[in-house]
Ligand binder design. Structure first.
Ligand code: NAP
Length: 255
């Protein structure tokens, strides 16, 4: 891959949940360009320090602790991004979590609230904070990381799927409302990606083979399979695309 990176050189990105997994790989790809700036967040300081050491990007990287479902954390995150780099060109709402819920109907309110809070409420809060800055700039891109679980019921993923469906709906609503401000809002919906998040599934040979059996392209996604479409959606090449959800699933949803 070249360092020009879809014409994104010099742009300022906020990536939520960038201390590992897909978010970290998006940051790594962007920071190959020495003019691009990245702000990433996570809850745990240790993970942020490891990511910062790994990315080794000097002043082009800000790695800040923030819980995206806490209003005060989100406000501080975007204020620091603006104070440090002067603007926010793109927000990548990457944070996601799941608590395995064998039965959604008996999961209980605490579990429901935790999953909805981090996945959906967090995406809402970060989008609102970014939109405020982007409106002043007269431009911006928001890309949400959904999941094909938004449209497919899967064991253990019930509430997570509901939250992701909410994110896809939010994507369309914000795309419409922010269109007059020249802000494009899109989402990607991957099938299983080989990160720590999904390791309990793909590290089990039997489960791995069963999942791959439902994917026409015959393999699981790697983080890089998600990185490239996300960066395209952040680029000027995608400036007439808004309110869309792109499946990144090796064809899983066409069978
Ligand atoms: N992996 C898959 O199979 C797959 C498939 C489809 C969609 N996705 C989606 O892709 C996105 C990234 O997934 P991933 O596999 O890269 O996840 P991951 O490896 O578990 O990484 C999650 C990141 O989010 C951070 N995080 C979690 N909760 C947070 C919170 N409340 N506030 C701030 N940061 C938080 C984590 O750091 P801390 O723990 O330190 O906070 C970490 O940096 C998620 O939206 C996920 O739903 C993943």
């Amino acid at each position: 891959m070249d360092n020009i990176c879809y014409g994104l050189s010099g742009r300022v990105f906020v990536i939520t949940g960038g201390s590992r997994g897909i978010g970290l790989e998006i940051a790594r790809r962007l920071l190959k360009n020495e003019k691009t700036k990245v702000v990433l967040c996570a809850r745990k300081q240790e993970g942020l320090e490891q990511a910062a050491a790994d990315l080794d990007a000097g002043d082009n990287l800000l790695a800040l602790p923030a819980h995206i479902a806490r209003e005060e954390d989100v406000a501080a995150l975007f204020q620091r991004a603006k104070d440090t780099f002067g603007r926010v060109d793109a927000l990548i709402n990457n944070v996601g979590m799941n608590l395995l819920t064998p039965s959604t109907a008996s999961a209980g309110m605490d579990t429901w609230k935790k999953i909805i809070d981090t996945n959906l409420n967090g995406t809402f809060l970060c989008s609102c904070a970014a939109a405020q800055i982007m409106r002043e700039q007269g431009r911006g891109k928001i890309v949400n990381i959904s999941s094909i679980a938004s449209r497919r019921s899967a064991p253990g993923m019930g509430i997570y799927g509901v939250a992701k469906a909410g994110i896809e709906s939010l994507t369309r609503v914000l795309a419409l409302e922010l269109a007059p401000d020249n802000i494009q809002v899109n989402a990607v919906a991957p099938s299983m990606v080989k990160t720590g998040f999904s390791a309990p599934f793909w590290s089990n040979r039997e489960m791995h083979d069963q999942i791959v059996g439902g994917i026409p392209l015959g393999r699981l996604a790697e983080p890089a399979d998600v990185v490239e479409p996300v960066l395209f959606l952040c680029s000027e090449g995608a400036s007439f695309i808004t309110g869309q959800v792109i499946n990144i699933d090796g064809g899983a949803t066409i069978v």
